[in-house]
Design a protein around this ligand. Sequence first.
Ligand code: ADP
Ligand code: MG
Length: 312
Amino acid sequence: MSVECFCLTKRYGRRLALDDVSLEIGDGGVTGLIGPNGAGKSTLIKIITGLVWPTEGFVLVDGFDAHREHTQAMRRIGAIIEWPAFIPDLTARQNLDIFSGGHGARYRAKRAEILRFMELDSALERRVGTFSTGMRQRLGITLALLPESEFIILDEPTNGLDPAGIVEIRQIIREYNRKFGVSVMVSSHLLSEVEQICDHLILIDDGKLKAWGEIGELLGDDRPELILEVDRPAEAAELLRKCAESGALPLGPVETADSGRLRLALGEAAPGAVNRLLVEAGFEVTHLARERRGLESFFLRQTEGEGRSCSE
Ligand code: ADP
Ligand code: MG
């Protein structure tokens, strides 16, 4: 099961929603599609699932063209895009029957299995209008999984959920992937969600593919960094650079951000030694924090200069 995108460009009038995106999503894992609001995530998902035609380029799902051979291509894909509006006055069972179009013993067995997994089995005969947002999202995922999908695509499944609900959906996605070997692509504008459940990452911003690959590879070595706020950042950076060059402190590169903060790769140095050095040289250190070179800083680097953050 693979999804291959070739040179996808999408224009809505003059608006360029996707700009020459090529990538391949392989078997087995969880792929995070991340980018700020308006980056083009939903557009990419709609093109992959054949709902929207690209202006240029094409998509192959298992070798079938997602648009010209839509039925074959979508046979093993389940997708929830811009979450389904269930009918509140009908029960969960009635809604699933209507929206999935499924019937028969095999469908019912599959439905029971997924509902058990989603912990919705006892809510099957309840009206969807009485469901919490989290229950509705789980019912949505159930719907995506019902056609014996081998690959499911979830567009911002944690939108509108409280922190507990987000954790729950995250666990469901990860566990379902492990237990049933279903490949998952999940979009989000929140990096913290992606970081914890995905093994692959697609980063888009302003319609452009900024990064794509295995998370560990993208992040490189996971050395901690030190974030510093001092009264005279440029001078402090200069001093730290000199110390690094002379070997007085085993530091990596020192960067100054526009905000006046310093970011430095710690190398073998301890934060306390950096602090002491600056204080002894007469600087006032107002903030000092160790930070893992995580996805958040990776993302900010990729999208730097555009003044936008991923949690926008
Ligand atoms: P995301 O899902 O990452 O928030 P979208 O794919 O929804 O981003 O949108 C990407 C860009 O394309 C946005 O600027 C959005 O306004 C624009 N866009 C999306 N759908 C349409 C549409 N049907 N008509 C016009 N512009 C659209
Ligand atoms: Mg979207």
